[in-house]
Design a binder for this molecule. Sequence first.
Ligand code: HEM
Length: 243
Amino acid sequence: MNTASLTEYKVWDLPTRLFHWINVTAIIGLLFLGFIMLYKKELGISAIETKIALKEVHVVIGYIFGCNLLFRILWGFIGNTYSRWSSIIPGKNFPSTLRLYITSIKQGNTQQFLGHNPLGRLAIVFILLLMLTLLVSGLIRAGTDIYYPPFGSTIAEYIAAPGVNPENIKPHDNEGTIKTKTDNIFQIKVIFGRTHRYTAFILMFMIALHIFIVIRTEVREGGGLISAMFTGKKVLKKPPADL
Ligand code: HEM
């Protein structure tokens, strides 16, 4: 490779890189605990205390994941050019940008981008929507399952029998609750539980696709895609299409 023609560009700012790696770490933890919860029977976990403890740890990591995600949403309005939503969410000129990019791939002269390429932008928006769905459904499950914030106290107040202090209602224990009301909450639990589980499966697929495409692009075109998430810098051979 002719290194003389390589140019280094500062792309990802520090908050964006920090978000990415905190997000990766939180998702690994959430998936790990999520799958232990999903296969608890097969793993021989039957004690109710262990089941609740697993949920509690999953939810605490979920809060970190949620705060990090909300921070990134905010950073999309104040971060550098490439971290901004205006560079990520498809806008007015997106169809022509996408067409040009796909044509360049077909012609074997793939355009290089400093930020995300047009297909990457679509994937990122989809992954973000999946993560938001997991956050919302997870918070609702945390409230309906173990009465954790932000919805837990409202749910406990709703199901508490007259004269019972909602704070004394325990997870997985119907004592002190009104049956018709716990049944209503159960319906919500099932809907959001399924949403949470299937969204986690789709997210896993998207993560696998994301890793595969990043590695393939790095091998085919270089650019320092992977190291850029550590250093913030990309090294391109061609003039970038989004400078
Ligand atoms: C990337 C993010 C997340 C992933 C991949 C994930 C994954 C999972 C998986 C695979 C399960 C097991 C599903 C089942 O047993 O049906 C689960 C359960 C659960 N998740 Fe998450 N989760 C995420 C985020 C969150 C967040 C942000 C919260 C709340 C703060 C949360 C709260 C819960 C709760 C309470 C359960 C227990 C449901 C139950 O089995 O009763 N999750 N999660």
